[in-house]
Ligand binder design. Structure first.
Ligand code: C5P
Length: 236
């Protein structure tokens, strides 16, 4: 089976526009990310509808609770049959280990990854929490903790990918948002990188939203990015 590198972010507050977009895309070219906004609006029925169309889902709900509750939520995600699910690394080792253990019961267990620090967190936000470390040091620390807790990878900025690849090993899965084709507008993203550059830095999967979802022809925009990636023969 193909392993598309692109995960299209379905950032909608309603099922209908999400399903309209999905109808215009192809599962051979991308996976789809459903986050808290769309999931809160449309719930698991939408996940099933999207999966019926042949797409694999990254359920981006960033679980963060006591170990038992997080593990139970991960089980529900596994039973839904999603491809990837995530938790906050700040939930700690015991929480991540419980999530890992719960997922290991499933023959086809989803990839389990962690959010390290939210990229919206600057030094002063960490200071507010009583954390003296610099954001970059916290990201590395939390990525290592996720790896040591048995998780499959982390969400990170493409600008952190090379460092995390170096410290967390070649098997650790790096999922990077903030991706923009060379000719695309940045929107509200500040530390952007092109798809090929992000893969060069060691990213495994690229989360891309508006450059595809707001394009006049979303499938064409997706195909253009896939073509660009294939052009770099390192990325079949
Ligand atoms: O439209 P755009 O490509 O900016 O969408 C990026 C997606 O990745 C959004 O769903 C956003 O919430 C998510 N994301 C991000 N930056 C992070 C983590 C997640 O942009 N650090």
């Amino acid at each position: 089976m193909s392993d598309p590198r692109i995960i299209v972010a379905l950032d909608y507050s309603d099922a209908q526009p999400a399903l309209e977009l999905v109808a215009r895309l192809e599962p051979a070219l991308c996976r789809l990310k459903v986050g808290i906004e769309l999931f809160t609006a449309a719930r698991s029925r939408l996940i099933e509808q999207i999966m019926q169309r042949g797409f694999e889902i990254f359920l981006d709900l960033k679980f963060h609770d006591i170990p038992n509750t997080t593990a139970q939520a991960c089980k529900v995600a596994a039973e839904l049959g999603v491809w990837m699910v995530n938790v906050h690394a700040l939930g700690g080792r015991k929480m991540m280990e419980a999530a890992r253990e719960a997922m290991s019961l499933y023959a086809q267990s989803p990839k389990l990854i962690a959010v390290t620090l939210l990229t919206s967190m600057a030094q002063e936000d960490l200071a507010d929490l009583g954390i003296a470390a610099a954001p970059a040091d916290m990201v590395l620390r939390l990525a290592r903790l996720a790896r040591d807790s048995g998780l499959d990878g982390v969400v990170c900025s493409a600008w952190e990918a090379a460092l995390l690849r170096q410290h967390c090993g070649s098997e650790f899965c790096l999922v990077t948002p903030g991706i923009r084709p060379a000719d695309a507008v940045a929107d509200d993203q500040s530390r952007i990188m092109t798809p090929c550059a992000a893969l060069d830095q060691g990213a495994d999967y690229l989360v891309i939203g508006r450059p595809i979802t707001r394009a006049a022809d979303p499938l064409q925009a997706l195909q253009d990015i896939v073509k660009q990636i294939k052009f770099e023969s390192k990325y079949p």
